[in-house]
Ligand binder design. Sequence first.
Ligand code: ADP
Ligand code: GLC
Length: 491
Amino acid sequence: MKVLHVAAEIFPLVKTGGLADVVGALPQALIEQGADVRLLLPGLPAIIKGVEGLLPVCDIGPVFGAGQVTLRVGNMVNSGIVAYVIDAPYLYRRSGSPYQAPDGSEWSDNVQRFALLGWVAAHMAAGEFDPDWSPDVLHAHDWHAAMACAYVSCRPATSAATIFTVHNLAYQGVFSDEDFHLLHLPSRLMVPGGLEYHGQFSFMKAGLKFAHRVTTVSPSYAREIATSEFGCGLDGVIRSRGASVSGILNGVDGVVWDPATDQFLAQTYSIDSLEGKAACKAALQQEMDLRVDPNAPLVAMVSRLTSQKGLDILLGALTAVAEDQRAQDAQLVVQGTGDPSLEAAFRAVARGYHGRVAVHLSYSEALAHRVIAGADALVVPSRFEPCGLTQLYALRYGTVPIVRRVGGLADTVVDLNNETREADTATGFVFGPPTSSALTQAFMHAVSTYRDRDAWYRLMVRGMAQNFSWAAAAKQYMTLYEDVLREYGTH
Ligand code: ADP
Ligand code: GLC
């Protein structure tokens, strides 16, 4: 089974969020299940620099406004997985974010930049660019790669089956109808049954409409996006795909995220010897300029600062918790970057509660590990969450999650209540409504449970014993690949 994964980011080379973690780990897990997996990536500077031993495969020439496009092939760092890289200097060799210019606006030529990614994928699926290797299954991730499904659909002779995975329906790649010609697609696709979306056109819709199968990153999110509340305007399209849409829960990269071997920590630890976790907490309190106190409940958040993540809900709950007598010693660490107004709001809170609230408004992989290891609890109050990875990392690190009952958060954390206390199955705290009062309640429940050392210890070790492995997810993807090939593949 030959599978080509197509994506715009990949850990550890280019990462803006969990998509990179998934693309960095899932291919290896599929290889372990027996698949022959290769990657197709845009030639962003970090990818050109990081993929080892790049050699030319095919001279593509001038396309999508780029003077010269070359397909190269090399090997991923660490895993050695074969990676095809689209070397299009004019479109991709820019520093900073893969999606945005330094001023925060989307790159003005994103239509061409990501159409090219899908177009090359479709040519590879048709066996045109590498005569020695063409995929049975083309697996595209998020809107950046979604056009691959539309291009394949226009080439009926292509034997590969297509899978499109939605990591986040809120980012859709919607462009002006005036740019439709840039796609080099027949105009019959610029219709409501095709890419057309309220007079514009949508890359996300191309994936949802034309992929043979659509998946998303948790079973709950797969159900949610078929509703108008979570469907971001595409719930009708999703409902129309019926049983072709399914949810497969993400896993944790157990090599990158393991407290027993984590090089970033002050001291490593495991379920059998937790002393290291106390050392990580003391080190984090010191690093963040918080009062060093082993008994103070330390809650953290590591997140993109966007409306999705419910930071306004957290801001609203902060004062109530900080002023509550029962939580006078509670501490909060927020690590994140994003929306300037949210950054400013957190800076103000940190000034107001010096020594109790610390914010670190930058991107640092190493610090994310230290925060997740050093905290007692991790809060994820998202308005929606396709899967969410930080709560999975937290569980593994004995850091108890406090999450909203939505998407993948609902699928991965078991609330502590009378029933789960009795059954000994709780792993965290789960609240329902997206309100500061519901979060405050969950927070206070966590703080009071924290005072009961035995109850807290049981939560921690149950969380650490959970197994959100990529092997389990990879098995489900393999079954899906086999099903879709049986139906559509002609290799
Ligand atoms: P999303 O993909 O929606 O951002 P996830 O929970 O799936 O949410 O993944 C977020 C990933 O990004 C995690 O690996 C998390 O550790 C990382 N992350 C988020 N913000 C930062 C930051 N400021 N510094 C380092 N890592 C971060
Ligand atoms: C998206 C989602 C997040 C998910 C990640 C990886 O960025 O927001 O919930 O975990 O993709 O699938």
